[in-house]
Write a protein that binds this ligand. Structure first.
Ligand SMILES: NC(=O)c1ccc[n+]([C@@H]2O[C@H](COP(=O)([O-])OP(=O)(O)OC[C@H]3O[C@@H](n4cnc5c(N)ncnc54)[C@H](O)[C@@H]3O)[C@@H](O)[C@H]2O)c1
Length: 372
């Protein structure tokens, strides 16, 4: 390997500071230049990390030809134009989540990176988290048995953004994690949410994913919640596990617990519920953001396709776009294959207040209850 990789960072906000600090501390690269529109943020970077600063990516590209990689940690709306500009300047690019704000832009960036032979990696941080990697290994080993369902909670009273809703802000983490540990894409998605604080910007979203083989996942996201929760629960036919990323230690617990299905009970035997031991695996303590950038640098140096490459980013954006569509239709399931409302194009059915069991119902379809 030659000289250390020279890197520039665009965007020095709340998260961009972590990004720049991490790259500054890593021996594998040189943080050469940072860019932010805001002068106070640039001064802070000069003081903290002794880097040169510029106001824009244009200036960075014009004044620092020596940088080979650009890390984009500016707001989501800037990801597409800035990543495109950096790729066109033949830089390798790391772009924070969400990759883009629509599928079309994600496809264009992915094709551009491929055409120019550039590395394009998306900041799906949880794919580099030691606990998530352990969960993936456990699932793949079959130790949990058949996976029945997963649910995640990413809630707190936190940063309320005005330029994107909680779905686009938080769900990329949960979605990328779920796709990564299951190794499978959902068939359709349904989302409901509410905008309490700002018109048209959902503060809380409940998102449901449906997979083949009856698997389900549910994601609860909110920046309007009294608890800080960052948790993932996986329920399998043999065992279950809980990953609590807000815990200071012992973040992952595997429960040797479950219920016997009627098919495995002998005739006349009652279904057994089993409460077994709890196992707490040892996890390496390295900061996931450092592991993520080590992976990026390794991919750049050795021209390897990143784990969270542009195709991975595209899969997540495709689900986010479908979920947004569902959100706007008050929860109607949207197919990930066709983008259409799932389960056929049935209009809402009207039923009388007395329940009519013979009525043919479509799962997830809204029902209007008539008041007679
Ligand atoms: N991976 C994670 O865990 C994680 C966590 C939080 C945020 N993020 C992502 O990181 C990105 C930044 O988030 P944040 O919380 O730091 O946002 P922020 O709003 O706090 O900061 C954004 C910064 O970018 C600057 N900026 C805006 N447009 C710019 C441009 N064209 N050129 C240069 N600078 C520009 C702004 O002046 C501001 O300082 C977002 O995409 C967000 O989704 C990722």
């Amino acid at each position: 390997m030659g000289a250390r990789l020279k890197v520039g960072v665009v965007g020095l906000g709340a998260w961009g500071c972590n990004v720049a600090r991490c790259l500054y501390e890593m021996p594998e690269c040189d943080l050469v230049v940072c860019s932010d529109l805001n002068e106070a943020r640039r001064s802070m970077a000069e003081r903290n990390w002794n880097v040169q600063t510029v106001a824009s990516l244009d200036e960075m590209l014009a004044q620092h030809a020596e940088i080979r990689a650009v890390v984009i940690s500016s707001p989501a709306i800037t990801h597409y134009p800035l990543a495109k500009k950096a790729l066109l300047a033949d830089k390798d690019v790391f772009v924070e989540k969400p990759f883009t704000l629509n599928v079309r832009d994600a496809e264009e960036l992915s094709a551009l990176a491929a055409a120019r032979g550039r590395i394009l990696m998306v900041g799906h941080l949880l794919e580099y988290h030691p606990a998530v990697n352990r969960i993936r290994e456990i699932i793949q080993s079959g130790d949990l048995g058949e996976i029945y369902y997963i649910y995640t909670q990413r809630v707190n009273l936190g940063r309320i953004r005005g330029d994107e809703n909680a779905l686009w802000s938080f769900a990329p983490h949960d979605l990328s994690q779920i796709l990564y540990i299951l190794g499978e894409d959902p068939v359709d998605v349904s989302a409901r949410g509410q905008s309490f604080i700002q018109d048209g910007i959902e503060d809380v979203v409940f998102l449901s994913l449906f997979f083949a083989n009856r698997r389900m996942a549910h994601i609860h996201i909110s920046w309007l919640d009294p608890h800080k929760m960052r948790s993932t629960t996986v329920v399998g036919s043999k065992k279950m596990l809980v990953f609590d990323d807000a815990a200071a230690s012992e973040k992952l617990r595997i429960y040797d617990s479950g219920a016997q299905s009627p098919a495995t009970c002998s005739y006349g035997e009652a279904i057994q519920v089993r409460f077994g031991d709890i196992q707490i695996p040892h996890l390496i303590a390295t900061e996931p953001l450092k592991l993520e950038f080590q992976h990026f640098i390794n991919c750049v140096e050795h021209r390897i396709t990143p784990r969270s490459d542009s195709q991975d980013g595209l899969r997540v954006v495709r689900i986010l776009e479908a979920a947004q569509k569902s959100l706007e239709m008050d929860g109607l399931p949207v197919s990930l294959h066709s983008g259409a409302v799932s389960k056929a194009l049935h209009p809402p059915q009207t039923i009388n207040r007395q329940w009519t069991p013979s009525l043919p119902m479509v799962p997830g379809m809204p029902v209007v209850v008539a008041h007679s």
